[in-house]
Design a protein around this ligand. Structure first.
Ligand SMILES: NC(=O)c1ccc[n+]([C@@H]2O[C@H](COP(=O)([O-])OP(=O)(O)OC[C@H]3O[C@@H](n4cnc5c(N)ncnc54)[C@H](OP(=O)(O)O)[C@@H]3O)[C@@H](O)[C@H]2O)c1
Length: 360
């Protein structure tokens, strides 16, 4: 494994060009145009001067597409112009193109893959990434599907094509976990981890802790916009299992999928248990634990766990995510994101793009 398990292929961006101002142009193809790419474009627009002055970069979008529309501009549009062109529409305004056609026509340097995770092992998003590699592009994604379900396939495709992929926002929104291991903890091996990976379940548990029923608590978080219309993905432990598999695959070479993680649904946790934890002065959390069994197989589970109030994960609630990384050389490292919302996820995508550009 190279640092953070990323394919150690040579540098990024095959065709960045310097313009008259000496800036290197990086062309992006955005797949998916929901909340994260919109926030990412807004961040790129906000950072335009910094990108130029500090990094010598000009970032242009040559394509943006969903299943319901696209924008194709091989000459490149500024991120601000893309946002203006799409406006409040749910999808970009031109007729949709199949993803492989859009990728090919985009002549982009980097695919920014921000479609949603499919329920059947992420084949569509993985296909997008493989197509991008085959076209000579590097990839940034916040979509955990390909990393959780298909990491070895993705890593092999990157290595075969000599391309790179970064995916910081897949596990803890923008909070650096992969970059932390790769850049800040060189030579540290990740032995295992313990994490609160899902904020929706924190909300529900805390609402139940003050006397709401499960259904009332769920309705409350849905009304607040913090849960999906179909919240089972969060509540039944799949979101946490996907994040666990992604981190374990990349940083522990686990070769597992979310299906291998033993999951407990929050639905079966009685209100009394949550109230009892509170009255003990403790907190119940849906805790994800991953460890390596002898002789080497990586195992994981998601469990409702009563945490002593002094446990670092006990106060991780509401909009927060936290993880304790067990390492060989730095012992235990605790990382916590206090507000993990869309702008933080977009920042993780932005940071990934800068890392790719810096590593050229
Ligand atoms: N929101 C967050 O804070 C957050 C945090 C961490 C990770 N993520 C991940 O980041 C990714 C993007 O999140 P988001 O919040 O922006 O999602 P979103 O708002 O639900 O938007 C999803 C976008 O993907 C498009 N799409 C879905 N399937 C597609 C396909 N097969 N081909 C092309 N486009 C497709 C959708 O458009 P059409 O329906 O028109 O195709 C839509 O534009 C997701 O994988 C999510 O899990 C998000």
């Amino acid at each position: 494994m190279s640092a953070a398990g990323q394919p150690s292929a040579a540098g990024l961006t095959p065709r960045p060009t310097a313009d008259g101002a000496g800036l290197r142009t990086v062309r992006l193809c955005l797949l998916g145009f929901g909340s994260v790419p919109r926030a990412f474009c807004a961040l790129l627009a906000q950072q335009e001067r910094t990108l130029a002055d500090r990094h010598g970069l000009r970032v242009l979008v040559t394509a943006a597409g969903t299943r319901h529309g696209c924008l194709l501009a091989p000459e490149g549009m500024t991120p601000a112009a893309v946002l203006a062109a799409v406006g409040e529409r749910p999808a970009p305004p031109q007729a949709a193109l199949p993803a492989d056609e859009l990728l090919s026509a985009s002549r982009a340097d980097v695919l920014v893959e921000l479609t949603v995770m499919e329920e059947d092992f992420a084949p569509i998003a993985t296909g997008h990434i493989e197509t991008a590699f085959a076209l000579g592009m590097d990839v940034v994604t916040a979509n955990k599907g390909p990393i959780a379900w298909n990491w070895r396939r993705v890593a092999a495709a990157a290595a075969a094509a000599g391309r790179r992929i970064r995916f910081e926002s897949t596990v803890m929104d923008g909070l650096p976990v992969f970059s932390l291991l790769e850049l800040a903890l060189p030579d540290c091996r990740l032995l295992g981890f313990e994490a609160v990976f899902n904020a929706t379940t924190n909300y529900i548990i805390d609402a139940m802790g003050i006397g709401r029923s499960f259904d009332e608590a769920l309705a409350h978080v849905q009304a607040a916009g913090y849960a999906e219309a179909d919240p089972s993905y969060d509540i039944d432990g799949w979101d946490a299992a996907c994040k666990a598999a992604a981190l374990a695959n990349v940083a522990m070479d686990a070769g597992i999928t979310p299906a291998d993680i033993d999951k407990q649904s929050l639905r079966g946790v009685p209100l009394e248990r949550i109230a009892q934890a509170r009255s003990n002065g403790n907190r119940l959390r849906l805790v994800t634990t991953v460890w390596r069994e002898e002789p080497g197989r990586v195992r994981g589970r998601v469990r409702a766990t009563e945490l002593d109030i002094d446990h670092p994960l006990a106060p991780v609630g509401s909009e927060s995510l936290g993880a304790i990384l067990h390492t060989d050389l730095m012992a235990d490292v605790f990382v916590c994101e206090i507000a993990g919302l869309v702008p933080q996820t977009a920042y993780g995508v932005y940071a990934d793009l800068l890392h790719l550009c810096r590593d050229r």
